[in-house]
Design a protein around this ligand. Structure first.
Ligand code: ZN
Length: 210
């Protein structure tokens, strides 16, 4: 596999942070032979452990220093318990079973969008409002290198867009509402429980609203 050697911390990878050039490079596609290799199985397993350890709902290979088109995604039931039923409903957030996506590509994105606070394990300790399509259709190769096509809605659509951005050298900060940028601590303290419309009203005065 190409790319710089991964940094091991026990059984998990060290997650690289904003400023690392690997996060800004378009990742290279993975071949079916590589997907079926033992090394790739070990890599995806270690990425799963790293994502769960963080914890996070998605992790792209560039985030562990490997410029490969590969992401792991999982939104666990236990993560959903931290949010109120209203928040889950507003975000259209539901459990997503673990899966691995190689060479994922958005083939359709809805014009309808939603805006919520989002964070990234590679921009650790911060968050911001990000507007994204409410539903996307994605094609990718699964762990057996078989082509798959899925439709993601709501929070799952957001996760897919966030991870696929990573594979194209993009971070959420490229798409965020800059005035909403906040530390995670202040997000929890001031903004987390407010409806997004109220957050916008307070953070984004009409004169500077895009
Ligand atoms: Zn991220």
């Amino acid at each position: 596999m190409s790319g710089s050697p991964p940094l091991f911390v026990g059984a998990t990878f060290k997650i690289v942070q904003a400023g690392d050039p690997v996060l800004r490079m378009p990742a290279r596609a993975v071949t079916p032979e590589e997907i079926r290799s033992r090394e790739m199985q070990q890599l995806t397993s270690r990425m799963k452990d790293t994502m769960r350890d963080a914890p996070g709902v998605g992790l792209a290979a560039p985030q562990v220093g490997l410029s490969l088109q590969l992401a792991v995604i999982e939104d666990r039931a236990e993560y959903l318990r931290g949010a109120s039923p209203e928040q889950l409903l507003e975000r259209q957030r539901e459990e997503v079973p673990f899966f691995v996506a190689f060479n994922p590509c958005i083939v359709h994105a809805s014009e309808e969008t939603a805006e919520f606070f989002e964070g990234c394990l590679s921009v650790s300790g911060f968050g911001a409002l990000v507007r994204r399509s409410l539903s996307v259709e994605v094609e990718y190769l699964d762990e057996d290198a078989q082509p798959q096509r899925i439709e993601g809605r709501g929070w799952f659509a957001r996760i897919l867009q966030h991870e696929i951005d990573h594979l194209n050298g993009k971070l959420y900060i490229d798409r965020m509402e800059p005035r909403s940028f906040t530390t995670s601590e202040n997000l929890a303290r001031y903004w987390k429980d407010l409806p997004v419309a109220d957050v916008r009203e307070r953070l984004v005065p009409k004169l500077v609203q895009k």
